[in-house]
Design a protein around this ligand. Structure first.
Ligand code: KIV
Ligand code: ZN
Length: 531
């Protein structure tokens, strides 16, 4: 096999598609700097391949993949893949984007189920077979490492699937990825499909079989593991399981199942487990996709033992109710890090240890913010620092900046807010509004200035750490009330209303709420500018 990724019979390669399939979740749009930060963290996590995007979608997507390829795609780092439909233009763009990586990969796909072939592609089966052969060969001219996916394989006629996969291998594909695109199959069925493909289409040839499962019936992880048990040696997944509709197979679930049940699977991955929690947190922050508290492995309750009987058992013997240690995924490692007497140098070293490479102005901003927090809060933890970094540094282009917010409220007063915003041409605009509560008053005051029709569809507050002085982390999702741009992904093209998320952190949750709303509005305004 010519692919240069670290594979062996007992290693399952982890192909992370958070930046491509994950970013297709409504409202999860990331800007280039956020993608680079996530890609760096994925490299620290030890993923084998990062699918960095769909370069043909837009010049911005191409540039983002290119920058990930040149900064994170080092010889010791992960392979960098770009997705392409099975058309020359997409493949050319994918190559242009991944070429700077030390280990570039082109991932091309074409649907094989009758429902897709007839109704979406409007092609015949013959045409599909020919196109696959031509386009895999086209990709192969550029790149040794070519992956091919028969989209909707889970609902495809197996005999036709074998024929298409055979053609892809002959044309030079080194990885064959089997997607259950609509999350339709059952684990036993999907496992059998992988076994049959290996027996009927591969014929001992040196290619990696991969699985790509979706969670529409809540079976993405089970299906991926069934694939692995039947011979797949690459799993395509996303952090926190984000992705379109019910999402993709979750990286942390598959990896921790393989690790915790090693005697059962007898397989390993190259993942650095201690980085799981940090990666999950970063992806949640940047995408605005809040993790449900009972989410396996990374949910806030995943390691909490509330019920008395459980606590009693855990105190007597940890393994009565805990099958994994929180430390394994990097939780509860260093609680107290720095205090108000810590200097810039110590702060910078701590940031580097946490994986953030900040310089100059950005470092100054974050350090000033840390100092302000340390004045208010006795113990500044890693989680606080991460919240500051995310909040202060990786902001989308700001059409409006929040300069000042003030609220008056209480049980006998009408909530009233005043806001002062600064526009990107330095105009200062102040306005005020009443509201049903303090947050409503602020949002109405901001709307009076920004004047972009939108609806608040989600608002949530979480404490970053425990205690009354905790930093509050607010996430909002807003929906544009008018069509905004065109959202293009590899498999869909949406016109119309769009969802944008925003996140803000502060010890004052009213201020955090204002920041989160401003971030979402700035994303909406930026997308409007792209039309
Ligand atoms: O779900 C799917 O089929 C995909 C392909 C593009 C691999 O995401
Ligand atoms: Zn997918």
């Amino acid at each position: 096999m010519e692919s240069d990724v670290r594979s062996s019979k007992d290693t399952v390669l982890i192909f992370d598609t958070t930046l491509r399939d994950g970013e297709q979740s409504p409202g999860a749009t990331l800007h280039t700097q956020e993608k680079i930060e996530i890609a760096r963290q994925l490299a620290r996590l030890g993923v084998d391949i990062i699918e960095a995007g769909f370069p043909a979608a837009s010049p911005g997507d191409l540039e983002a993949v290119q920058r990930v390829a040149s900064t994170v795609g080092t010889p010791d780092g992960p392979a960098i893949a770009g997705l392409a439909r099975a058309v020359k233009r997409d493949i050319d763009k994918a190559w242009e984007a991944v070429q700077p990586a030390a280990k570039p990969r082109i991932h091309t796909f074409l649907a094989t189920s009758d429902i897709h072939v007839q109704h979406k592609l409007r092609m015949t089966r013959r045409e599909v077979v020919e196109r696959v052969g031509e386009m895999v060969a086209h990709a192969k001219q550029y790149c040794d490492d070519v992956e091919f996916s028969p989209e909707d394989a889970g609902r495809s006629d197996p005999e036709f699937l074998y024929e298409v996969l055979d053609v892809a291998i002959r044309a030079g594909a080194t990885t064959l990825n089997i997607p259950d695109t609509v999350g339709y199959t059952m684990p036993a069925e999907f496992g059998q499909l992988i076994r049959d493909i290996i027996a009927n289409a591969i014929g001992g040839r040196d290619v990696v079989i991969s699985v790509h499962t979706h969670n529409d019936l809540g079976l993405a992880t089970a299906n991926a593991l069934a694939g692995v048990l039947n011979g797949a040696r690459q799993v395509e997944c996303t952090i926190n399981g984000i992705g379109e509709r019910a999402g993709n197979c979750s990286l942390e679930e598959v990896v921790m199942a393989l690790y915790t049940r090693h005697p059962f699977f007898n397989l390993r991955t190259n993942i650095v487990h201690q980085e799981i929690h940090r990666t999950s947190d970063m992806v949640s922050r940047y995408t605005g996709m809040v993790i449900q508290p009972n989410k396996a492995i990374v949910g806030a309750n995943a390691f909490a033992h509330e019920a008395g009987i459980h606590q009693d058992g855990v105190l007597k013997h940890k393994r009565t109710y805990e099958i994994m240690d929180a430390q394994t995924i990097g939780l509860a490692q260093s609680k107290l890090v720095l205090g108000k007497h810590s200097g810039r140098h110590a702060f910078r070293i701590r940031l580097e240890e946490m994986g953030y490479e900040l310089e100059g102005e950005k470092l100054n901003e974050v350090f000033a913010r840390f100092k302000r927090l340390a004045d208010k809060k006795k113990d500044v933890t890693d989680a606080d620092i991460e919240a500051i970094v995310a909040d202060e540094v990786y902001q989308p282009p700001e059409t409006y900046r929040l300069d000042h917010v003030q609220v008056s409220c209480g049980d006998h007063s009408i909530p009233t807010a005043t806001v002062r915003l600064v526009k990107d041409d330095d105009t200062v605009i102040t306005d005020a509004s009443l509201g049903t509560g303090p947050v409503d008053a602020i949002y109405q005051a901001i709307n009076r200035v920004v004047q972009v029709p939108n609806k608040l569809i989600e608002f949530s507050v979480q404490a970053v750490t425990e205690g009354i002085d905790a930093v509050g982390d607010v996430t909002v999702r807003i929906e544009s009330e008018e069509p905004v741009g065109t959202e293009i992904s590899a498999t869909t093209e949406r016109r119309g209303r769009r969802i944008f998320s925003g996140r803000g952190a502060d010890t004052d949750i009213v201020v955090a709420s204002a920041k989160a709303y401003m971030q979402a509005l700035n994303k909406l305004l930026a997308a409007n500018g792209q039309t």
